[in-house]
Design a protein around this ligand. Structure first.
Ligand code: ZN
Ligand code: ZN
Length: 121
């Protein structure tokens, strides 16, 4: 009896740890201020997006649907818009942002993260 109660505790603790991870917090938010960059007009600015907004977003500056989340390389401090992944020919799906883009300047992959508000101000 004691043994199984201990197992329950472990399972519970594991579940709490899992749901409180940093990634999960990001995904829970329904809208937020997002540093974004436009591939058409090269504008970079902070925009307010909703979770339900399809990407890429419509650029606030030029009106084209080519605004993507900005990324930042923490090695060489480059702030950039990763080249979107185009769907394969004939596939009926939109292009999407790469999950783990490499830095176009230093080629680093592991230190590329989301750009911060300060990076566009
Ligand atoms: Zn634009
Ligand atoms: Zn870099």
């Amino acid at each position: 009896m004691l043994f199984s109660a201990g197992l329950m505790c472990l399972a519970l603790a594991g579940g709490i740890w899992y749901s409180s991870r940093g990634d999960a917090v990001e995904m829970d938010r329904r809208s937020w201020d997002q540093p974004c960059g436009c591939l058409s007009c090269s504008a970079r600015y902070l925009t307010h997006v909703n979770l339900s907004d399809p990407r890429p977003w419509t650029c606030e500056k030029c009106g084209k649907p080519t605004a993507w989340p900005l990324k930042k390389c923490n090695d060489c401090k480059l702030v950039f818009v990763p080249a979107p992944i185009e769907p394969s020919a004939g596939a009926d799906e939109p292009s999407r942002a790469p999950a783990m883009p490499a830095c176009p300047k230093c080629g680093g992959v592991n230190s590329v993260g989301a750009a911060l508000k300060e990076d566009v101000s």
